[in-house]
Design a protein around this ligand. Structure first.
Ligand code: PMP
Length: 382
């Protein structure tokens, strides 16, 4: 049995879990309690984690805001700019057709408030051209939101080029870095952006905690307003009692990533090479969806023509945990909005498999179970 759906959620690192258990057992105070040492101890843990997230991203710790995950962070960015957009009469938003639904559906909801949403399509390789984004910028553009790497194809987007342009153009730039945080560690540090979304469980931290990064310009935060009210936590941007143990786990996952990302990257690249070799040696006909010239080392999206991915996943689920897209959409089968936007043929979309792994994936087990999957696919074809 092998788990190959890390892009949906990665298994927690045992060192992270140990840290969390320790906090749950010993530091159960509310980080905002001022009247006793329990509160002070919890506050210190949160503060330390905030520093660890900041260190991973190469930013200041007062630019890190803890949320429940990237879905919430994306929503704060989009919904939180509504008031400012209306007041400043900047109601044009640019995004791409391959974003996570937490962006696409959130920006769509702003149309009811008079916002105009421009959705840029990727090319057949799965890349959203920087030029298309840049050329779409107008006087009234409020926000550009582009993901760092796509969760279905792993294709890395030209956010460096886009950010460098927008930096001087008075347009807010948001990057959904959920799939790259802790993996493209050096690259992220070089990016220019105003806001960034991340989720701990995609980098072997706990589920249910993430971050919204709000970069300061001239000592001022981007003009987002909160979605919730009733507390002053996280500068009022995300009120509510902080989940101290989850935050401690997130911080620990960041610390581990800082120390180990280079080795992890090399191991994941090696796994990808071996998967491709296995496919090539098997003689099965397959296509890779999304360019490999600019792709995450942890993801590959392939189609085996004439083999329905739904049928294949069902027949192999006892030993292979893979998916054909985002878990957020997978309860009802709909063709992937990402592959559709890339203009791929319907039969390629219908046979698409997303395989994603991590540094702790055991290569031998993976190759053994994956070759069983290929044999099953072959049997469908004969
Ligand atoms: N953005 C991207 C690119 C993602 O892959 C995901 C998770 N599939 C999210 C946002 C949402 O993250 P979460 O479910 O942790 O809120």
């Amino acid at each position: 049995m092998i788990y190959l759906d890390y892009n949906a959620s990665a298994p927690i690192d045992m060192r992270v879990l140990d840290k969390m258990v320790d906090v749950y057992k010993n530091d159960y105070g509310n980080a905002d309690s001022r009247t006793h040492d329990y509160g002070e101890a919890a506050r210190k843990i949160v503060d330390n984690s905030r520093q660890q997230v900041a260190d991973l991203l190469g930013i200041n710790k007062d630019e890190v805001f803890f949320t429940s995950g990237a879905t919430e962070s994306n929503n704060i960015v989009v919904q939180g700019l509504r008031k400012y957009g209306i007041e400043s009469n900047k109601k044009h938003i640019i995004t791409s057709a391959i974003e996570h639904k937490a962006i696409l559906e959130s920006v769509k909801s702003l149309e009811a408030y008079g916002f105009e949403i421009q959705v840029i399509n990727p090319n057949k390789d799965g890349i959203v051209a920087a030029k298309s984004v840049i050329e779409s910028v107008r006087e009234d553009t409020l926000l550009v939101s582009i993901m760092h790497a796509n969760n279905e194809t792993g294709v890395i987007q030209p956010v460096k080029e886009i950010g460098d342009y927008l930096k001087n153009n008075n347009v807010l730039f948001h990057i959904d870095a959920t799939q790259t945080c802790g993996k493209l560690v050096e690259e992220i540090k070089t990016l220019n952006y105003d806001m960034m979304s991340i989720s701990a469980h995609k980098m072997q931290g706990p589920q249910g905690v993430g971050g919204l990064i709000l970069k300061k310009k001239n000592y001022r935060l981007p003009p987002v307003t909160p979605l919730f009210f009733g507390g002053s936590q996280e500068h009022g941007i995300r009120p509510g009692t902080l989940p101290v143990a989850l935050i401690a786990g997130f911080g620990k996952a960041c610390e581990i990533a800082i120390n180990e990302y280079r080795l992890n990257y090399a191991h994941c690249i090696d796994i990808k090479k071996k998967i491709i070799n296995l496919l090539d040696d098997s003689g099965i006909e397959y296509v890779v969806n999304g360019t490999q010239d600019s792709c995450m080392p942890t993801t590959i999206n392939i189609s085996i023509p004439n083999v329905s991915s739904e049928a294949l996943m069902l027949s192999t689920k006892q030993y292979c945990g893979i998916s054909n897209g985002s878990a957020c959409n997978s309860s009802s089968y709909k063709p992937s909005h990402v592959l559709s936007a890339m203009g791929l043929d319907f039969d390629i979309i219908e046979s698409a498999l997303r395989i994603s792994w991590g540094h702790d994936t055991k290569t031998d087990e993976l190759l053994y179970e994956f070759s069983r999957l290929i044999e099953t696919a072959k049997s469908f074809l004969s």
